[in-house]
Design a protein around this ligand. Structure first.
Ligand code: IMP
Length: 424
């Protein structure tokens, strides 16, 4: 048995979907362990592009078992929509099991997500509006509805009725919004229950049996390290644990189930939503990177903020998740830029620091300490092995290794599976 975790080493959107899809070829099981439809994983295979939000990226291999673990917030309508979408593209989405302990995203979660953002005004978080934060809030407040609750009609009707009554008060009296129609929500969700029943299970037991059999398991993170609820740029974070530590609670396995952690790192930095971003480029180079890299959010279409590679962040991610291997994506986007900068430290109050500050006020004051490198040209896209990479790109990769103290094992030079170079 082997357990590999794929995590985002930045603010999400590093290209985890592609790397997971690539590694899934040799895995028997792929597990999502946190997040929900706020994620957007784009995978290109057989000349087609697949946009996934909730379903693990191993779904494109017909013999791979895909698991949505208990740490994921499941929106049933979105789940079925995604299954139908995959079938429409010729992919078989039937090799999927979802945890009966996972929490269910309800319409009031989505309503409260947007109403609370509206109330925050200019201090809004910039959420994806998919109801993820409010769903996890209910989980920790112990009023959430789990998949097993949805499958028990009486339990579901009781819990949903109580919750809708309370949430409607909140929606109307605090947020000044329109109350939701409880009967239609209950009817809609009861119809989902019948479709969910055949694919719901105690996924910890399914995983245990797979591990006993010696299967290779791939744990697929969503979002990225700096969106982690504890270690990210709080409060501009998501409400779960994208770091490797999230695997144990979100999939229901012990730490001994993990023997490799792949940190996916884009060759530059992007961020959606609000909050400080020390290496952000607000100039023509930032726009160039956005257009060339198609840096627009998969779930929302929002333009991503773009900046130079910040290795203070990737080093922090490496430490937090015990990254053993780095997968560098989108080197091609930087092709043609003559001088490329990399941030290796921050200057804060006249001193150079190498750690990532907890305080956003301190982070906002941090000035990046840059190193400058000569760039490479578009021929990088034709590279099929490490030796083919331009010397300047190799130097860039070596610097990433030195700072993160992890080996660069995978380099992605394009969107398709074949555009993947295994370094070691
Ligand atoms: P939420 O997860 O929708 O609550 O959004 C909270 C923060 O996380 C916002 O800044 C979002 O833009 C960000 N976020 C959530 N999911 C992703 C993702 O998959 N990629 C990048 N940012 C994300």
């Amino acid at each position: 048995m082997s357990g590999t975790v794929v995590i985002g080493a930045q603010w999400g959107d590093e290209g985890k979907g592609k790397i997971t899809d690539y590694l899934a070829e040799n895995a028997q099981v792929v597990v999502r362990y946190q997040g929900g439809t706020n994620a957007g994983h784009t995978v290109e295979a057989d000349g087609k592009q697949y946009k996934l939000h909730l379903i693990p990226s191993g779904i494109l291999y017909k013999d791979t078992l895909n698991i949505i673990g208990d740490g994921v917030a499941i929106d049933p309508a979105a789940l079925f929509e995604e299954m139908d979408y995959l079938r429409g593209l010729g992919a078989d989405a039937s090799n999927l099991v979802i945890s009966d302990r996972a929490h269910v995203v309800m319409p009031y979660h989505k309503a409260i997500d947007s109403l609370s953002e509206r109330r925050r005004g200019s201090s809004d978080i910039g959420t994806t509006g998919k109801g993820i934060g409010p769903c996890y809030t209910d989980k920790f407040e112990r009023s959430g509805i789990r998949v097993c609750d949805l499958l028990n009609r009486d339990v579901f009707v009781k819990k949903a009725t109580e919750n809708i009554e309370l949430k409607n008060e909140l929606i109307e009296k605090i947020y000044g919004g329109e109350p939701l129609d409880g009967d239609s929500i209950i009817e809609e969700y009861l119809s989902y229950a019948e479709r969910i029943r055949p694919i719901a299970a105690d996924t910890t037991y399914v995983l245990y049996k797979e591990m006993k059999k010696g299967s290779s398991i791939l744990f697929e993170g969503a979002q990225g390290t700096l969106l982690d609820i504890d270690y990210g740029t709080y409060p501009f974070v998501t409400s779960s644990h994208p770091i490797s530590g999230g695997v144990c609670v979100g999939a229901g396995v012990g730490p001994t189930a993990i023997d490799k952690v792949v940190g996916v790192c884009k060759a530059y930095t992007t961020r959606v939503g609000k909050g400080p971003f020390p290496t952000e480029l607000l100039d023509g180079t930032g726009n160039l990177i956005r257009e060339k890299g198609n840096e627009y959010g998969t779930p929302t279409g929002r333009p991503r903020r773009c900046g130079w590679l910040d290795l203070v962040i990737v080093k922090f991610a490496s430490r937090l998740s015990g990254i053993t291997d780095v997968a560098v994506t989108k080197l091609v986007t930087l092709a043609g830029i003559e001088k490329i900068k990399v941030c290796v430290g921050y200057e804060l109050n006249g001193k150079v620091i190498e750690y990532f500050p907890a305080s956003l006020e301190e982070l906002a004051k941090c000035k990046p300490v840059f190193e400058e490198y000569d760039g490479w040209d578009g021929s990088i896209m034709n590279a099929t092995e490490y030796a083919d990479l331009p010397e300047n790109a190799k130097r860039y990769l070596r610097r990433i290794e030195e700072i993160t103290e992890a080996r660069v094992s995978i380099v992605s030079v394009g969107p398709e599976r074949e555009h993947t170079i295994i370094v070691r």
